[in-house]
Design a protein around this ligand. Structure first.
Ligand code: DOR
Ligand code: ZN
Length: 347
């Protein structure tokens, strides 16, 4: 039995850090284990221009506790008014590592996202030319489409047409939640990768809805039925270099999660690495954990792997983490997998 595993220090290729006091509260939770993260730009107002991204990066670095090392990999929020020249300059300076596409209305703070995909054609063409990846929230927003089908329909109606029209564009299909997403990535030879969250490897829709509604398991894209979760497990742990970790760790204060219209997001920054060791061990794939958390994502983004390491140890005692962390607007619940975890990160 493996009881210890040492990985290159991991990267979280999809993270919500928010801003202000919430940023201060959640940043150490990620920086404790991760060397870098792709930082989502869905602030209010969103991070649209290179100037916004520079200012946000500076706020992140100012919020980092002394003695901690962390590199934020900045993204820009794509709007119908995004200027291709600004994007190209932000890329050339090394500031920005990706542009994020939110279909308008798909999720938290996506109101400024894209409604008419033709309007962002010139930006996408520029990105293909300069090799800047597009991170995609892959859900249609059409109210006629059932929420559990929104990812599969997005692939057919939006993602595949964009990729056919701009074949040189490097695309990350983020937080893949369906076997349809896995199949689409599987049949694609290049320029497409997928991130998978920790929580989608652990919960299915029963966890949210059966035996009482559990708002802390509600996120977008929403967890699907068990067959999809199993497909995601296979994709994440199967050694396919097109998949890598993007936690989508997304803090919301408890009172807004436990609400008549609760916010979407699971906060997993605190315990993600221990949970992933558990999942990969269950799948007999501990030896592939490092590729998923520390190598595949860096390679897709053209970054060197991190120099440092992270060691996890398995012991007879269940790992403990706080049930909640303290945020500026009250507590933020840490994702509860619902089973004991015996892997511990050696801090
Ligand atoms: O569950 C989610 N929460 N999904 C998203 O796409 C956004 C995120 C957030 O910002 O809270
Ligand atoms: Zn997200």
């Amino acid at each position: 039995m493996t009881s210890s595993i040492t990985l290159r220090r991991p990267d979280d290729m999809h993270l919500h850090l928010r801003d202000g006091a919430m940023l201060k509260a959640v940043l150490p939770e990620t920086a404790r284990h991760f060397a870098r993260a792709i930082i989502m730009p869905n602030l209010v107002p969103p991070v649209v221009t290179a100037r916004d991204a520079t200012a946000y990066r500076d706020r992140i670095m100012a919020a980092l506790p002394k003695g901690m090392a962390f590199e934020p990999l900045m993204t820009l929020y794509l709007t119908e008014a995004t200027d291709p020249k600004d994007v190209a300059a932000a890329h050339a300076s090394g500031l920005v590592k990706a542009v994020k596409l939110y279909p308008a209305g798909a999720t938290t703070n996506s109101q400024s996202g894209v409604k008419d995909f033709d309007k962002v054609r010139a930006v996408l063409e520029t990105m293909a030319e300069i090799g800047l990846p597009l991170c995609v929230h892959g859900e249609v927003t059409d109210p006629d489409i059932d929420i559990f089908d929104r990812e599969a329909v997005f692939i057919d109606r939006v993602l595949d047409p964009i990729r056919r029209r701009t074949p040189g564009l490097r695309v990350i299909m983020e937080h893949v939640t369906t076997k349809d997403g896995v199949a689409y990535i599987g049949e694609t030879e290049k320029n497409l990768a997928g991130t998978i969250t920790t929580h989608h490897l652990i919960i299915n829709r029963n966890h949210i809805l059966a035996g009482g509604i559990r708002p802390h398991y509600y996120c977008l894209p929403v967890a699907k039925r068990e067959t999809h979760r199993l497909a995601l497990r296979k994709a994440a742990t199967g050694g396919d270099a097109r998949y890598f970790l993007g936690t989508d760790s997304a803090p919301h204060p408890d009172h807004l999660k436990e609400h008549a219209c609760g916010c979407a997001g699971c906060f997993t920054a605190t315990n993600t690495m221990a949970l992933l060791a558990h999942v990969f061990e269950e799948e007999g794939a501990l030896a592939r954990l490092e590729a998923f958390t520390s190598l595949n994502g860096a390679a897709f983004y053209g970054l060197p792997p991190n120099e440092g390491t992270l060691t996890l140890t398995k012991s007879g005692a269940a790992a403990e983490w706080p049930a909640k962390i303290t945020g500026p607007a009250g507590p933020v619940t840490v994702f509860d997998p619902g089973f004991p975890v015996y892997w511990h990160v050696n801090d």
